[in-house]
Design a protein around this ligand. Structure first.
Ligand code: ADE
Length: 230
């Protein structure tokens, strides 16, 4: 069973239209839609924003729907000069950038007493998502690499620079690492897929409604192409 956590209401709504829904059920104030999507048994849900919502959502997908694959789509701020607005980033691993127990000697991002620094995405899923995006969305560029997450919308050059220097990540957002963390603890596969919406700095000006529409189109096409590959 595949769990798909979408960030944007319109994106989840579009995927829901494409789904043959067999069951709609609410847990923890989140609406889970189970059914057949592009030929695969899947559960579709919008988690809400932030690491706690995302972690709770992922755990429910594992516990109540026995998902063995977690896919998360959404938007992110670029942390890499080579990655522009509209490009797609597929996670190789994820770090919670606002975890800081460095006073005890841990590197920033390390969750104390956990046996890993970053939470890996499933390598085969990453390759499939990359191939799916290149085929479904040839008009945009595809990058893979580390994604960092925190309960913080990054919109200052100073914070951005700190993240860039500390984590060498491709982009920053607010849920992916929590989902990858839940996947790690539950020993299920995951991949985080993010369309770049801004540069995570003071100049984060953009035509957001136009971008959002395009991002949703891209991520729906990506999911449509990806699911038959899984
Ligand atoms: N999602 C999209 N852009 C973001 C940013 N700059 N910081 C955190 N989450 C984001």
């Amino acid at each position: 069973m595949i769990g798909i956590i979408g960030a944007m209401e319109e994106e989840v709504a579009l995927l829901k239209e494409a789904m043959t829904v067999e069951e709609t059920v609410e847990y923890a104030s989140m609406i889970f839609c189970r059914g057949n999507l592009y030929g695969k048994e899947a559960v579709l849900v919008r988690s809400g924003i932030g690491k706690v919502n995302a972690g709770i959502c992922a755990q429910i997908l594992v516990d109540k729907f026995q998902v063995d694959v977690l896919i998360n789509t959404g938007i992110a701020g670029s942390l890499d000069a080579a990655i522009d607005i509209g490009d797609m980033v597929i996670s190789t691993d994820l770090v919670e950038h606002d975890m800081d127990a460095s006073i005890f000697g841990d590197p920033v991002g390390q969750i104390p007493r956990m046996d890993t620094f970053s939470f890996p995405a499933d390598e085969a899923l990453v390759e499939k998502a990359k191939a799916a995006n290149m085929e479904a969305n040839p008009d945009i560029r595809t990058f893979t690499g580390r994604i960092v997450s925190g309960d913080q919308f990054v919109s200052s050059a100073e914070v951005k620079e700190k993240l860039v220097n500390t984590f060498h990540a491709r982009c920053t957002e607010m849920e992916g690492a929590a989902i990858a963390h839940a996947a790690y603890l539950n020993k299920v596969s995951c991949v985080i897929i993010r369309a770049i919406s801004d540069k995570a700095d003071n100049s984060a000006t953009m035509d957001y409604p136009v971008f959002e529409k395009k991002a949703i189109e891209h991520s729906v096409r990506l999911i449509q192409n990806l699911l038959p590959r899984i």
